[in-house]
Design a protein around this ligand. Sequence first.
Ligand code: UD1
Ligand code: PEP
Length: 426
Amino acid sequence: MDKLRITGGRALHGEVNISGAKNAALPELCATLLTADPVTLFNVPRLRDVATMRLLLDNMGVRTETHGERGGMTLQASDPIQPEAPYELVKTMRASVLVLGPLLARFGHARVSLPGGCAIGSRPVDQHIKGMQAMGADIEVEHGYMVAKLGAGRSRLRGARITTDMVTVTGTENFLMAATLAEGETVLENAAQEPEIGDLAEMLIAMGAQIEGHGTSRIRIQGVERLHGCDHQVVADRIEAGTFLCAVAATGGDVLLRHGRADHLDAVIEKLREAGAVIEGGRDSDGDFIRVRASGRLKAQSFRTTEYPGFPTDMQAQFMALNCIAQGTSTVTETIFENRFMHVNELVRLGAHIQTDGKVAVIEGIDRLSGATVMATDLRASASLVIAGLVAEGETIVDRIYHLDRGYDQMEAKLRGIGADIERIK
Ligand SMILES: CC(=O)N[C@H]1[C@@H](OP(=O)(O)OP(=O)(O)OC[C@H]2O[C@@H](n3ccc(=O)[nH]c3=O)[C@H](O)[C@@H]2O)O[C@H](CO)[C@@H](O)[C@@H]1O
Ligand SMILES: C=C(OP(=O)(O)O)C(=O)O
């Protein structure tokens, strides 16, 4: 099993290219099921989750081909498609549930394994099921699978008003994709507003879908009879960019994040500025960029995770690593997932002073961490341990980095490129 060996204490300087967003690429790969035409995505990140999604789609009969330097991937879901997502593939990646909406909308039936229990919380899919039922699907859970088909006498899903009990990102994406081919109008109330939803909506519009209001909490979709192929560029990964911002804020240095979108990271950037980092976002002839400069110990920041545009839960662990070595005491409240503090015990192994009580962690900033062997427990927890390792005295070994490989495109190579002492060991 691969590990990372990090020797802490180096400031970071230089440029990093931010990759396409995992959480946009995954629904967009699923959206290719909505048409028999070829669809080409550019800027697809090289991630384990993308490889898993490709395998899942291959398994259904979708033709997939990668090409070019720009992360190009062409997919064609022409008949015959086997609309089934088996447990063996779904268990490793919750985003597999995103095939449900497109399969039901285009083929009228689907058999999709329930995603397994996940490290960061129980993560049920009840809202996905409820929404699809409102659109006229019959769904039974049998032997661990959602077995879904159109209700009696129906040839298409029907438009519906769907109000979810909570804001759900993949739920919104599933309904959005399903509604593009439904009969009539669908209104999504309480819709998620994450930039990845907007990016998916833009792709669907390029395929011929009629969508308004994406980026707000009410999305309206007029169903059409068919969609066609398109070319689409996957939006930059705001969580990867935010992770590098926290890394530089922790180690000190001056780094330019090429293609990073500052406008997608307002809540995180505001906290980093309050902590004392200097951050500029903009656009030049090479496209979007974010530049971060930091020196000395920053000031600890308290925050609560909330839905976009609030502070993202996917940045909580990385910012907590920074708080561990900042000046002052901070409070971090995780409101989205009930079990997303698994990095805490590992940070404590590196010397951090953290107490948790339910969804609240209190972090007393100290002036140094000391390297140790730690175990990654989930994707963003892994990133927080890497940040802690970059500032800890001596050597840190981060074990179980298959979690990191799910969602970061060559993280250690990018960090080495800006001066970190980090290597992958087998
Ligand atoms: C592939 C992808 O895009 N993953 C992101 C997505 O996950 P994901 O879409 O799974 O997260 P949701 O937004 O759905 O989850 C929000 C909350 O709603 C609950 N819930 C959700 C659906 C449902 O049917 N029932 C239910 O109870 C969840 O358990 C959680 O407590 O959004 C999360 C919240 O920003 C991010 O951390 C993940 O990185
Ligand atoms: C929790 C995450 O991903 P997923 O929903 O794919 O588990 C994440 O990207 O931080």
